[in-house]
Design a protein around this ligand. Structure first.
Ligand SMILES: Cc1cc2nc3c(=O)[nH]c(=O)nc-3n(C[C@H](O)[C@H](O)[C@H](O)COP(=O)(O)OP(=O)(O)OC[C@H]3O[C@@H](n4cnc5c(N)ncnc54)[C@H](O)[C@@H]3O)c2cc1C
Ligand SMILES: *[C@@H]1O[C@H](CO)[C@@H](O)[C@H](O)[C@H]1NC(C)=O
Ligand SMILES: *[C@@H]1O[C@H](CO)[C@@H](O)[C@H](O)[C@H]1NC(C)=O
Ligand SMILES: *[C@@H]1O[C@H](CO)[C@@H](O)[C@H](O)[C@H]1NC(C)=O
Ligand SMILES: *[C@@H]1O[C@H](CO)[C@@H](O)[C@H](O)[C@H]1NC(C)=O
Ligand SMILES: *[C@@H]1O[C@H](CO)[C@@H](O)[C@H](O)[C@H]1NC(C)=O
Ligand SMILES: *[C@@H]1O[C@H](CO)[C@@H](O)[C@H](O)[C@H]1NC(C)=O
Ligand SMILES: CC(=O)N[C@H]1CO[C@H](CO)[C@@H](O)[C@@H]1O
Length: 574
């Protein structure tokens, strides 16, 4: 112990031409980590980057390349399942890299993971990856982790599926609480929130452990002949950033957002208490968890969601081959019809030459009439239209959702804004949208529009803390940015500048509006107003109540301060 402490001290001195306080602090944090490790049965592990097995150098030191592991990573580089099931796997590269320093990363060439340029004669660096992780198995693990963080100053992050575009589930030098293996699922035909004395409050509900994703929840719901609302990606988690930030589904236009349907959370708050949060117990915390954001108010261990019976709906799949001239006329028909379609219960995704929408309110004939203009346009442009009926969500999920996967293993930033009804109500607003599409086309992008606003859902005013802009929203619309695995810093800075410009344009079309933080431009300047509006101050008060030592901190989460950007991986862009 004394010997290793001395060796460590010498090593630090050599590396840092160090100070005595530096080595003393290292030894102190080493002891704290050891003690913490003992309290959780020795399950704390160090965490290396996902692609390390392909490299022969790690943080500048020679390491043995692991050929078999590397081959598996190369074969699955763009496979969300390998990433989501790995404690060091993230969907988007910005979670892994120190974005402000292109040499501080450990990536393969996503366009060709076998490209030796990425890993031969290159060193794998830790980037923005946590230094350690703990696979969470019980509330006690989380309570010990908060105690450790408070005593040692070690930053915590919570990693569920690793989908977060804003890098909020990773972070340099942090301890990652890895939630994925909490996989319990229960169906209750008559769920009553704990502490509720009203026998009439009974809901059909599914309760899931924090690690369960939508693929698993949809399968389970199908087995019980019920419908759970969820995201369009099989591997997004049910209990984490999705529901805690809002959570949209293509069924949201009729059935509401994730925050509207959640009935209860079991959560360890940073003050070290395992709590039930629902309308009757810790209602302020429950309200904050319904939209105030993941990784902010506590670590959720399980969540319970109101489900619907099996839902019958029509689905439209309309597409045509795109040319340089047929996107804008198609979008004009879409824009002109959007308010009518919203009243008809349609939700789905529209791009410049595709529309995959569903409505639980229409028959097949009504759907054909409703969409007649776009069907005719697609057919006239060499395309096709299929209108069909489904008796439940799962067969639609298998046919359309599992086959429309978004690429992962890349660096991509979203930049969306919520588009309210009012924009569609005026000729000026519709013209603004058309100009935006023309602008998108001029920079070589195509529109991507989740039609997910909870237009017909009867919202109980004040019941959630998600941006009030959701309650006006029909669409999510925006642009985005991506950069190559080996891009230079100046390219990166130019990409972020471009996304800032596009955000300014879309904000100009939706003054006073808001955005869905999970899919908004991470560099949004007026993020408090855009993401939480008048709910922000109350969310800060609740944050301070349950996290008095500010142990949970993440990028532009409740309580974040602009000064924190300077020490973040995004320092070069702000
Ligand atoms: C390919 C793709 C498709 C998407 N599709 C949709 C969609 O259809 N609908 C939609 O609404 N969104 C969608 N999103 C956005 C998605 O909702 C967010 O990325 C969300 O943050 C994912 O949450 P997660 O818990 O799965 O991911 P993670 O990256 O693991 O975590 C995200 C955030 O939640 C926190 N968190 C995670 N688990 C917990 C927990 N147990 N307790 C407390 N905090 C926790 C983390 O600290 C982090 O801040 C998509 C994203 C991607 C990349
Ligand atoms: C935690 O303890 C176990 C068992 O002693 C050990 O194998 C492991 O390496 C320790 N973790 C860390 C990060 O030191
Ligand atoms: C790696 O470096 C060696 C020695 O300089 C060189 O021969 C080889 O071509 C390099 N390989 C790659 C993929 O850059
Ligand atoms: C599933 O639920 C639907 C709608 O409630 C019902 O009509 C149907 O009979 C159920 N199917 C089975 C197999 O129970
Ligand atoms: C859309 O509506 C505008 C009026 O706001 C009209 O001028 C235009 O012709 C319509 N376009 C289509 C394709 O229906
Ligand atoms: C980046 O990688 C691509 C292959 O993905 C390669 O063609 C290109 O030359 C590389 N650029 C630089 C600057 O190394
Ligand atoms: C952003 O907009 C500014 C002002 O209009 C312009 O000067 C700049 O070139 C734009 N940058 C990018 C990257 O598009
Ligand atoms: C762990 C994992 O996902 N492995 C997959 C990697 O890719 C190969 C080939 O596509 C699959 O067979 C493995 O199942």
């Amino acid at each position: 112990m004394t010997l290793s402490w001395k060796l460590l001290g010498l090593a630090s001195l050599a590396l840092l031409s160090g100070t005595v306080t530096g080595t003393g602090a290292d030894a102190h944090s080493d002891r704290a980590l050891k003690r913490f490790n003992a309290t959780v049965g020795g399950r704390v592990q160090s965490l290396a980057p996902f692609s390390l097995p392909c490299f022969s150098s790690y943080n500048g030191q020679p390491v043995a390349r692991d050929n078999a592991a590397c081959t598996a990573i190369q074969a699955n580089y763009s496979n969300p399942w390998l990433r989501t099931n790995s404690p060091n796997g993230y969907m988007n590269n910005q979670a892994e890299m120190w974005a402000s320093d292109p040499s501080d990363q450990c990536l393969l060439d996503d366009s060709n993971p076998a490209d030796p340029l990425a890993y031969v004669n290159a060193t794998c660096r830790q980037g923005n990856m946590p230094s350690h992780y703990l696979e969470v198995q019980s509330p006690k693990d989380v309570i010990e982790a908060f105690r450790f963080s408070k005593n040692s100053g070690k930053q915590l992050v919570i990693k569920n599926s690793g989908h977060d575009y804003l890098t909020r589930s990773s972070g340099r030098d942090s301890l990652s609480l890895w939630m994925r293996n909490l996989r319990s699922m229960h169906y209750n035909q008559a769920f009553t929130p704990h502490g509720c004395n009203d026998a009439a409050q009974k809901y059909k509900a599914i309760t899931v452990g924090a690690g369960v994703n939508f693929d698993e929840a949809y399968t389970f719901a199908q087995q019980h002949n019920v419908t759970i609302l969820g995201g369009y990606s099989p591997t997004v988690g049910v209990s984490g950033g999705w529901v805690q930030n809002g959570g949209h589904s293509i069924l949201s236009p009729v059935y509401g957002l994730g925050v509207d349907r959640v009935l209860e959370f079991k959560v360890v708050t940073p003050d070290g208490v395992y709590r039930t949060a629902n309308e009757f117990q810790n209602p302020d915390l429950f309200w904050a968890l319904r939209g105030g954001g993941g990784g902010t108010f506590g670590v959720v261990l399980e969540s319970t969601h109101r489900v619907e019976p099996a839902i019958r709906f029509v689905a439209a799949n309309i597409k045509f081959p795109s040319t340089s001239t047929n996107m804008l006329p198609f979008m004009e028909i879409v824009v002109n019809n959007t308010l009518k379609w919203a009243q008809e219960g349609w939700g789905g995704h529209i791009t410049g030459n595709t529309l995959v929408n569903i409505s639980p309110l229409l028959s097949i004939d009504e759907a054909k009439t409703s969409l007649a203009d776009v069907i005719a346009y697609a057919k006239a442009n060499g395309g096709s239209a299929t209108i069909e009926e489904f008796n439940s969500w799962y067969p639609f999920y298998e046919k359309y959702v599992t086959t429309s996967s978004v690429a992962v293993g890349v660096t991509r930033f979203p930049g969306s804004r919520l588009i309210p009804r009012s924009v569609f109500e005026t000729a000026e607003g519709r013209a603004d949208l058309m100009s935006f599409f023309a602008l998108i086309q001029s920079i070589g992008q195509t529109p991507y529009i989740p039609v997910v606003g909870p237009v017909l859902y009867e919202y109980a005013e004040g019941s959630t803390s998600a941006s009030p802009a959701w309650r006006e929203a029909v669409w999510e619309l925006g642009s985005g940015a991506s950069w190559a695995w080996n891009s230079t810093l100046s390219t990166r800075m130019q990409k972020i500048a471009a996304i800032q410009n596009m955000t300014a344009v879309i904000e100009g079309i939706t003054p006073g509006g808001g955005a869905y933080s999970n899919e908004a431009n991470p560099f949004t300047i007026n993020w408090r107003e855009a993401w939480w509006s008048d709910k922000y101050e109350k969310l800060v008060r609740i944050k301070n109540k349950y996290d008095p030592d500010n142990l949970l901190r993440c990028w532009k989460c409740i309580g974040w301060e602009e000064s924190q950007a300077a020490t973040s991986a995004f320092a070069a862009f702000v």
